[in-house]
Design a protein around this ligand. Structure first.
Ligand SMILES: Nc1ncnc2c1ncn2[C@@H]1O[C@H](COP(=O)(O)OP(=O)(O)OP(=O)(O)O)[C@@H](O)[C@H]1O
Length: 933
């Protein structure tokens, strides 16, 4: 103490002391100082000595409360997660090596023995079974990873679930679960607060194991009962509390509805359910743990269970265990009355998938019920979780959908405390069930997209250049089967090439540029496609070319057939015209022959008119001949079509020339009879015939007669070529030749085809033809003689005008010349002169003085006349000329007439008073007499 006092003694006083005038101020006494007043003597020392030390030890001893997890679960609902250990884990751990000489008892043992013999297999099994889909992150969160198979098939992702009150790993014990989960609720229960514990999870995940456990490893219920009676005994100071136990189950009645059964009741254990209250439930008071455990044991025996593929003793009902605590006294400590509390422990039936459970029939109905109940419970739970997160949102109520949720309405609405434990299986095959449960009941969920890159890359690779090309090719591909086949072949080749290139390429090396091989492949592919397409096009073009050739051949054949048809039609037309032409020409021909003098003019008019008709035929025939010559020489040679009928110009020389030329060329070839009108200009005619006679006789098969004075080309339809008998007629020899009128008629009427063919084959004229031609020539000659006499009667203008009206241009000159002959029309129809004896002098220049000796005419037989009249009643071409002739003849003054010299034919015919020649006078007399004019 002395040392201490010495150490606390103040320092020695200084030599000088300062005294303060003001009274000494005392500082406010501190509590510390006030509490224990030290003695004044020791005040100074005490002041310096009592400085408090810093309470560092106290500060360090203070325990700072640990920060709770961010996602704290509300008090009314706590969610726990328990992971069931993997089966392989237990198998591997329980596997014991057996001696090799032991015969395996069953297949499983046999497999085990195999595994033992082959440790690699065991390792593989271990590796395979050890792979879990769920891993524990921390006591409050887990990560769920999809298995590899599901990652490839669909777009799966790693999920992180958090916000749990606690996550029990696979190796946790039942006591851990009780401590963390049940004890808080039990304390409140003992204080009179109700609470509920529920186990939720798929089938076989350990719900029943967690809730009830086993004899060796008891679960929540046994432990809780034990703790209840333990605590009740410890709190001896408290009121007397009574506990009652009730157990019932909710199951489906053949799938039609929900039923509740009392598991502690008697035989009629069915309960009546009204909304959320269950009537008739038996509560059994429990005094001690043994009674409680026996009751629970009895209830478990009554509970509906079944064996499924997922669980050998699967719960088929929702089991509810109620422990009600009743209190009849006051608490000594709080002096408050205890209310009844209810602790509810629920073992739900696990949701199960049909494929995994293999349920059928009644089991399947139970499964549907269980799944529906689980779904409704999960919806209610989800709604409560969302409601607790955000209370602004209203609570969605789903509890009405099942009896269980209706019974647990207060808990599912958050009015009472509830602790939920989720049991999950950690195997890969249980991923879907686990994921479904966690999505439904976990407080929070995060989705990691770490494993989403691979599917994206695969998709990109799949849709790389091939798909677009296929589409394009499909759209642009032609529909021909050949093209499709080629396309398929190329497609397979290219796909193989691409596949090989893809194999060669390193898929991991993403940095390596793959555009070059792709572009190269694209170019090659396009090249192959275009090449094959061009081949196909070439083949198609070839086919079309062949088709075109065939079509051209058909066109040629059709053209030939068309030509033939046209020729046939032309032949028919010409036949028709030929049939028409004789009908028209028929009446005039015999008259021209018979009426030697009187009908000379008319004859020429008829001939001229014939030319009009036949001229048309000429054109057609010419064309026809041309066509037939082109078509073939054979057809033309056999053709019965009449040949050209030519009109001869006034100029006789031209006429003869044309006739010669035509005769030399055509008549030798063509069998068709020719018809020529001949000018009767004597001078020209004689000249021309002289010239012709020098050439033709050699060709003509029939020797012509002596041509003394003149040659006349006969106008006959039946004769046609140069071989026809152009007879030079001596008028003297022809005198007395009988008329060939009948023959002419026959020829004319029978002309058409047979005669033509006959003439064609035999160019030699028949005697009848010769006769007719002779008569005709005679008549023409007589006409020539008569013309000079008659022409004087009419003025030239009038004649020309008439010619213009009646005849075509080519024949007008002829008719003009013949107009000089005034012949009565009536004479045509009266008995005609058969023949006329004419004298044709050699020198045509001096026609004057010629005399035509007209023999006594013979009346034509009546029969012939009648026949002719009957056959040819119509004479369309004659009336105009006949009338004129009649007029002229009527005006003739035969007695006073004086023969007109022939030399005036080419000159002016103005004088009517010119003297007639003797021959003409005689002729006129004969005419008048015979015709009875
Ligand atoms: N944590 C665990 N540790 C050891 N074994 C367990 C565990 N959880 C469950 N088991 C075993 O798994 C099997 C199935 O468990 P349990 O019957 O509890 O599943 P469940 O979820 O109730 O199925 P269900 O819904 O079909 O009734 C039981 O044999 C049980 O012993």
């Amino acid at each position: 103490m002395e040392d201490k006092q010495k150490s606390l003694s103040p320092p020695p006083c200084p030599s000088t002391v300062t005294v303060r005038r003001n009274p000494l101020r005392r500082a406010r006494a501190t509590p510390y100082t006030t509490a224990t007043k030290p003695p004044f003597s020791s005040l100074a020392s005490a002041i310096t000595h009592d400085v408090p030390t810093f309470p560092i030890d106290e500060i360090l001893s203070i325990q700072i409360p640990q920060s709770e997890p961010k996602q704290s679960i509300p008090e009314s609902l706590k969610i726990f997660l328990r992971i069931k250990p993997l089966r392989s884990f237990t198998k591997v751990t329980t596997t014991k090596a057996r001696p090799r000489n032991v015969w395996p008892q069953n297949p499983s043992k046999k497999n085990i023995a195999k595994e033992n013999r082959n440790p690699e297999i065991t390792k593989k099994v271990k590796k395979k079974d050890e792979e879990a889909c769920i891993t524990l992150n921390d006591p409050y969160s887990v990560t769920l990873t999809p298995p590899q198979s599901l990652q490839e098939l669909k777009r799966s992702k790693t999920e992180v679930y958090e916000g749990f009150s606690h996550v029990f790993p696979a190796d946790c014990s039942q006591n851990d679960v009780y401590d963390k989960m049940v004890q808080p609720l039990l304390e409140d229960f003992m204080k009179g607060k109700s609470g509920m514990l529920a186990a939720l999870g798929p089938s076989g995940s350990g719900k029943t194991h967690t809730v009830f456990g086993s004899l060796k490893d008891p679960g929540i219920v046994p432990i809780t009962l034990r703790q209840i009676f333990k605590k009740s005994h410890e709190s001896s100071s408290g009121p007397l509390r009574l506990f009652n136990l009730s157990i019932f189950e909710i199951c489906s009645e053949r799938g039609k509805g929900e039923k509740a059964y009392d598991l502690l009741g008697g035989e009629s254990s069915e309960l009546s359910v009204q909304q959320s209250t269950i009537r008739g439930l038996k509560e059994v008071p429990i005094q001690n743990l043994e009674e409680a455990e026996s009751l629970i044991g009895q209830a478990m025996l009554k509970r509906a269970t079944a064996t499924t593929n997922s669980n050998s003793q699967s719960s088929r009902s929702q089991c509810i265990i109620n422990v009600r605590a009743s209190c009849n006294g006051f608490s000594n400590e709080t002096k408050m009355q205890y209310s009844d509390a209810m602790l509810t422990i629920v073992d739900l039936a696990g949701a199960e998938r049909e494929k995994r459970t293999g349920n059928q029939g009644e089991r399947l109905v139970e499964s549907n019920f269980i799944n529906n109940t689980s779904m409704v419970f999960g919806q209610c739970l989800r709604s409560l979780l969302e409601y607790q997160k955000n209370r602004k949102k209203g609570l969605q109520k789903h509890h009405q959908n099942s009896l269980l949720t209706r019974y647990l309405r207060d808990y599912l609405e958050g009015k009472k405390r509830m602790a939920l434990i989720l049991t999950v299986k950690a195997g890969e095959e249980d991923y879907l069930d686990t994921s479904y449960l966690l999505r439904q009941a976990s407080p929070y969920m995060k989705i990691k997209f770490d494993n989403t890159e691979e599917p994206c890359n695969k998709r990109q690779l799949k849709t790389f250049p091939r798909a677009e090309k296929n589409k394009k090719i499909k759209l642009s591909a032609p529909k021909t089967s050949q093209i499709e086949e080629n396309f398929l072949e190329e497609r397979s080749q290219i796909s193989q090439e691409v596949h090989l290139q893809g194999k060669k390429a390193d898929p991991r090396d993403r940095s390596s540029p793959r555009l070059e091989p792709v572009s190269h492949d694209k170019n090659e592919r396009e090249h192959i496609i275009m090449r094959n397409f061009s081949k196909v096009l070439w083949n198609v073009l070839k086919q079309y070319n062949e088709k075109l050739k065939v079509a051209e051949g058909e066109i040629c054949t059709l053209k030939d057939s068309l030509r033939r048809e046209q020729l046939k039609s032309l032949v028919l037309e010409t036949e028709l015209s030929s049939l028409k032409s004789p009908c028209l020409a028929e009446p005039c021909i015999p008259e021209a022959v018979v009426e030697a003098i009187v009908h000379a003019k008319e004859n020429f008019e008829v001939a001229a008119s014939m030319t009009i008709v036949l001229r048309n035929v000429d054109d057609d025939s010419c064309n026809l001949i041309k066509a037939r010559r082109e078509a073939g020489a054979e057809e033309s040679s056999d053709s019965p079509v009449p040949n050209v009928i030519r009109n001869v110009d006034d100029d006789s020389c031209n006429l003869i020339k044309e006739s010669r030329e035509a005769g030399a060329e055509e008549s030798s070839k063509s069998p068709v009879p020719n018809m020529r009108n001949v000018d009767f200009d004597s001078c020209n005619l004689i000249k021309s015939r002289r010239e012709a006679s020098a050439e033709e006789p050699s060709e003509s098969p029939v020797p012509s007669k002596n041509v003394k004075d003149a040659e006349l080309v006969r106008c006959h339809l039946s004769s046609q070529n140069d071989a026809e008998p152009r007879q030079s007629v001596n008028s003297e020899e022809n005198v007395g030749i009988p008329s060939a009128t009948t023959h002419v008629e026959a020829e004319v009427t029978d002309f058409p085809r047979d005669q033509a063919i006959q003439n064609q084959d035999d160019p030699t004229p028949s005697p009848e033809q010769v006769e007719v031609s002779q008569d005709f020539i005679n008549s023409q000659i007589s006409n020539v003689q008569t013309k000079s006499a008659v022409s004087r009667r009419f003025p030239d203008s009038e004649k020309q005008e008439r010619n213009r009206r009646l005849l075509p241009v080519s024949s007008r000159s002829l008719t003009e010349k013949m107009n000089d002959l005034d012949i009565k029309e009536n004479q045509i129809e009266k008995p005609q002169v058969k023949t006329a004896k004419t004298h044709v002098q050699k020198k045509a220049e001096s026609i004057q003085g010629q005399e035509i000796e007209v023999p006594a005419r013979e009346a034509e037989p009546a029969s012939t006349k009648k026949q002719r009249n009957g056959q040819k009643p119509k004479r369309r071409l004659q009336p105009a000329s006949s009338v004129l002739l009649t007029r002229e003849i009527n005006t003739l003054e035969i007695e006073d007439d004086i023969a007109e010299p022939k030399g005036t034919r080419g000159g002016k015919k103005t004088t009517v008073s010119q003297p007639r020649s003797q021959g003409s006078v005689t002729l006129l007399r004969l005419l008048t007499n015979n015709l009875h004019l």
